[in-house]
Ligand binder design. Structure first.
Ligand SMILES: [Zn+2]
Length: 305
């Protein structure tokens, strides 16, 4: 499932491509025909993400909300072959953001002679102008809201440092984490407590702070909670910048380059059940908690300071 950094990157890209322009909106698959009609021939003003939710604000107080869920993704193509509006090169794929193609069961080849390319597969929503096309497939949520409805959803969600700011978000994070007796390993995944943290960042942040995933969230001191928030802010900022969830802080430059290119080197514990902990050598453990895999080192992660 795309974590918060991916959704911010998608929001940035779609905003770069489309903000300030009148778009054609359609639902080639047919499952979003009525919603697409509300957006068709309307100007997109801006896009932003709060955690895993993408919001696109169109003229007429119409706000598109998209949650990719596990299988959703955007495929983007350009008439110019670049993310620039000017130019005359042939169309080609600019990028694909979201679930990996092999997990989605589609292999669209958008690099065709003519722009725009024909929709391939189950395209829920196509946004199009004379330079760019963005195809949305497989989202968990795709709907058009009015501002009150969008605000109600945003108010339920926990803080996102890139929306609320680091300082205001920190206070809200501490307040929400302190208000729940849920184990910290589950609270960090609860989007109503904090926005954008998924399974990878959850496991890695807990390891970076040597925290036992099963201690109640409210048992943690404010200092610990503030440190968790600040760490998340730094990881998210780097993830948005690079597109990679780089969570190891024990690497030299050569090690970092290797970790960027190979996921097997990228994480402390995520996806490493049964392998030796990079710090203590004991086997990394895996438990299923709230239907999601939780990786941790039982030796290193005993702290609840
Ligand atoms: Zn360990």
């Amino acid at each position: 499932m795309p974590e918060g950094h991916s959704v911010h990157r998608i929001a940035n890209l779609l905003g770069h491509m489309f903000a300030g322009h009148v778009l054609d909106a359609s639902s080639p698959q047919g499952r979003f025909t009525d919603g697409a009609k509300l957006l068709n021939q309307t100007m997109l003003h801006r896009t932003y993400a709060r955690g895993k939710h993408l919001f696109a604000v169109f003229d007429g107080d119409r706000i598109l909300r998209v949650h990719l869920g596990i299988y959703g993704a955007w495929d983007v193509a350009s008439a110019t072959g670049t993310t620039q509006r000017a130019g005359a090169a042939g169309p080609q794929v600019v990028t694909s953001l979201g679930a990996p193609r092999k997990k989605r069961g589609t292999n669209p080849d958008l690099a065709q002679e003519n722009f725009p390319p024909e929709p391939v597969g189950q395209v829920r929503l196509r946004l199009l102008d004379e330079f760019f096309v963005a195809d949305l497939r497989g989202p968990t949520a795709c709907e058009v809201l009015n501002p009150d409805e969008a605000e109600a959803i945003e108010n339920r969600l926990g803080p996102d440092p890139l929306v609320d700011g680091v300082d205001a978000g920190r206070q809200e994070f501490v307040r929400r984490m302190s208000a729940t007796s849920t184990p910290v390993g589950l609270a960090l995944m609860n989007q109503n407590v904090v926005s954008g943290i998924g399974n990878v960042y959850r496991a890695e942040i807990l390891f970076r702070h040597r925290l036992d995933p099963f201690v109640p969230s409210r048992s943690l001191t404010d200092d610990t909670l503030e440190a968790l928030w600040d760490d998340w802010c730094a990881l998210l900022a780097e993830g948005v910048k690079t597109g990679v969830m780089m969570t190891r802080n024990d690497l030299d430059e050569e090690g970092r380059q290797l970790a960027f290119s190979k996921t097997a080197h990228r994480y402390f514990v995520y996806g490493r059940a049964g392998e030796p902990c990079r710090v203590c050598g004991r086997r990394v453990e895996l438990v299923v908690a709230a239907a999601r895999k939780l990786y941790f080192c039982p030796s290193c992660q005993q702290g609840a300071v």
